[in-house]
Design a protein around this ligand. Structure first.
Ligand SMILES: *[C@@H]1O[C@H](CO)[C@@H](O)[C@H](O)[C@H]1NC(C)=O
Ligand SMILES: *[C@@H]1O[C@H](CO)[C@@H](O)[C@H](O)[C@H]1NC(C)=O
Ligand SMILES: *[C@@H]1O[C@H](CO)[C@@H](O)[C@H](O)[C@H]1NC(C)=O
Ligand SMILES: *[C@@H]1O[C@H](CO)[C@@H](O)[C@H](O)[C@H]1NC(C)=O
Ligand SMILES: *[C@@H]1O[C@H](CO)[C@@H](O)[C@H](O)[C@H]1NC(C)=O
Ligand SMILES: *[C@@H]1O[C@H](CO)[C@@H](O)[C@H](O)[C@H]1NC(C)=O
Ligand SMILES: *[C@@H]1O[C@H](CO)[C@@H](O)[C@H](O)[C@H]1NC(C)=O
Ligand SMILES: *[C@@H]1O[C@H](CO)[C@@H](O)[C@H](O)[C@H]1NC(C)=O
Ligand SMILES: *[C@@H]1O[C@H](CO)[C@@H](O)[C@H](O)[C@H]1NC(C)=O
Ligand SMILES: *[C@@H]1O[C@H](CO)[C@@H](O)[C@H](O)[C@H]1NC(C)=O
Length: 527
């Protein structure tokens, strides 16, 4: 759901949250506890939420209170969670469906209202790519997770790796990597080698399908990164250990897409899934001592759904979160601790490499291209300025649906610049698509942290245009000298290997890069 819509229609997210928490409490109270009076007092508290739409700061019925109720041991150990939550989701839906302002219910966009929100949004500071990097370095140096309660051999190995990465030097004979797309090729190379040599990941066995342990269901479409990662992680002989005491990292193998689809298919309330995940963390931290040892700092998750940052912020916020939706000013994304996961739109499950590549620069006849649904506030602004305004600017709303998205793909293969304008959230599958079809990405999404941010020098192969400069878009692109354009195009081809899924993972591919970013982050933060 677009951030902007909540303001337009004057309904705060917390209103739903109140409703949802209330609903879940009622269900659990009803089935698990005999406290009728608690129900009625919560009922009136929630009523206030709904009718006045109070927000997080002014809320009286706090999340903490609600979830404390939810996660009492009784429920965790005895109840069948998926059953309980299915019932809860039903009730939540009934509770909120008449108020849900979604693009499906309000399909037509009011441009002036949208622009108003956009103007308001400009008050949020726009963080440039180089500022983001400064924050990352600062966070690395100053913010450390709590020290492990006791040290393990794995900690010692991580510390050794840290020293060796700082002391790295590059082997000039290396032909598999292209230094110009990296921030520091020496460090990356050394860190990657050490990962290959050292890293052991323990995957928790707990968790019910389909939400946990079922990657097969998320192998196509725009959330496929989480399915492919889970699939390849689970079948990795090299990186998995069955002995958690030897592990450097612990993987929480859940799918954010299936979590939402299974429990709350009709809900728009992101926090509705929080208690479910909290129960899981409570369960593993009671059953084993690994979570408590580091307070979660050596645990990680890989999640691509829009909801992932909100659903994990509170109780999994200490983990390394590899997430697609990473706005550096929102959703608690923490540079230097969280990791930007590439959003990949996998069209062919059997062969994700099918149809890769595009024309050489001289044969790219379209100057700039965009097509997509009118999600969020920004795209309507893009279209208002550029749709049917200039023959060089092929800016459309959604193209007619054809087999294999042929029109869309042909544009990507034949355009010099591919516009990646944010939708409801900062991330868009277009960024990786552009790289896949060898089109130079033009990212218009303030505060979006691009994938593998800590490793790649994004400004060497992509263009970042501030949202406020949409009216100048064409001039900005025209001002890029031809020589510079050709260099960027070449680099896109050089960086491409790091964004490709292979049915069987290969060195430096996207699977290894995601794992590497998590490893690199853990190494940097070990004490
Ligand atoms: C939330 O409530 C506080 C206190 O009532 C108010 O100052 C703030 O502007 C509200 N925030 C939003 C986003 O409505
Ligand atoms: C919140 O609690 C305070 C005091 O505890 C009370 O005065 C206020 O009316 C409450 N607000 C709502 C919206 O219930
Ligand atoms: C929340 O919990 C705190 C501490 O347990 C308590 O003082 C407060 O009254 C609770 N609030 C609600 C709305 O239950
Ligand atoms: C929980 O309920 C689901 C759906 O009814 C069922 O398929 C599953 O086997 C149950 N799990 C347990 C552990 O009872
Ligand atoms: C869920 O609802 C079904 C009927 O709608 C009921 O049979 C079942 O017991 C409920 N399960 C739980 C755990 O509340
Ligand atoms: C929700 O509403 C549907 C139909 O509107 C109804 O069948 C269902 O029983 C309701 N669920 C609950 C838990 O009230
Ligand atoms: C569009 O939004 C503007 C500004 O909020 C408002 O004045 C106008 O009435 C809206 N138009 C429609 C058709 O809703
Ligand atoms: C750093 O590199 C130098 C020169 O290659 C080497 O002598 C030294 O032992 C290295 N230090 C560490 C901690 O690896
Ligand atoms: C890359 O990192 C290494 C190791 O810390 C350092 O010696 C080198 O100067 C760095 N190179 C650049 C270009 O920053
Ligand atoms: C971990 O900490 C939690 C909260 O303090 C506690 O409830 C749990 O029992 C601890 N787990 C273990 C295995 O000691």
């Amino acid at each position: 759901m677009g951030h902007g819509f909540q303001h337009i229609f004057g309904i705060s997210r917390l209103a739903y949250f109140g409703g949802a928490v209330f609903a879940v409490i009622i269900i659990l109270q009803y089935f698990e506890f005999p406290y009728g009076d608690v129900i009625s007092s919560l009922f009136s508290a929630s009523k206030i939420h709904i009718s006045y739409g109070t927000n997080r700061t002014s809320s009286n019925c706090t999340t903490d209170n609600a979830t404390t109720t939810l996660t009492s041991p009784q429920i965790l150990l005895d109840s069948n969670m998926s059953e309980t939550y299915k019932n809860a989701s039903n009730l939540v839906h009934n509770f909120t469906k008449n108020e849900s302002p979604t693009r499906d219910i309000f399909p037509s966009v009011n441009l002036s209202a949208v622009t108003e929100v956009h103007r308001k949004k400009q008050k949020v500071k726009v963080v440039s790519i180089s500022e983001m990097h400064d924050i990352l370095i600062h966070n690395r140096a100053s913010s450390h997770p709590m020290k492990s309660l006791w040290t393990s051999r794995a900690d010692q190995e991580l510390l050794n790796a840290k020293l060796q990465i700082e002391n790295a030097s590059f082997n000039e004979d290396d032909r598999t990597l292209y230094p110009s797309v990296f921030r520091n090729i020496s460090k990356f190379r050394r860190s990657y080698e050490l990962m290959e040599k050292t890293l052991q990941v323990y995957i928790y066995k707990e968790g019910e399908k389909p939400i946990f342990h079922q990657p097969e269901a998320v192998m196509k479409g725009i959330y496929a990164s989480e399915g492919w990662f889970m699939m390849q992680m689970k079948s990795s002989k090299r990186f998995i250990t069955k002995k958690p005491k030897q592990a450097h990292l612990f993987y929480i193998p859940y799918s954010s897409k299936l979590l939402k689809a299974t429990l709350f298919p009709n809900s728009y309330n992101r926090e509705s899934v929080v208690p479910y995940l909290k129960s899981y963390i409570d369960m593993i931290s009671r059953r084993y001592n690994f979570w408590n040892r580091t307070g979660g700092a050596d645990h990680f998750l890989v999640a691509c759904h829009d909801w992932a940052p909100d659903e994990t912020r509170q109780f999994m916020g200490t983990c390394i979160r590899a997430i697609c939706n990473n706005d550096v000013q929102k959703t608690g994304f923490e540079l230097g601790k969280d990791v930007s996961l590439p959003e990949t739109n996998v069209r062919y499950r059997q062969n994700p490499l099918q149809n890769r590549g595009g024309n050489p620069p001289s044969k790219r006849s379209v100057f700039a291209f965009f097509a997509g649904k009118m999600h969020g506030y920004l795209r309507p602004i893009l279209l208002r300025h550029w749709e049917n305004k200039d023959p060089d600017m092929k800016i459309f709303s959604k193209l007619p649906k054809v087999k294999d998205d042929k029109n869309y793909v042909d544009f990507m293969k034949n355009s010099k610049f591919c516009i990646c304008a944010k939708g409801s959230e900062v991330n868009s599958p277009r960024v990786v698509e552009a790289i896949f079809y060898e089109c130079v990405p033009v990212i218009i999404s303030d505060n979006f942290v691009p994938p593998f941010f800590e490793i790649l020098d994004w400004e060497s192969f992509a263009v970042f245009v501030p949202e406020k400069d949409i009216p100048d878009l064409k001039n900005i692109l025209l001002s890029i000298p031809k020589k510079r354009y050709l260099q960027m195009h070449k680099r896109i081809k050089e960086v491409q290997q790091h964004f490709l899924w292979h049915v069987k993972p290969v060195e430096y591919d996207i699977f290894h890069m995601i794992l590497h970013s998590i490893w690199y982050t853990r190494v940097a933060r070990v004490m």
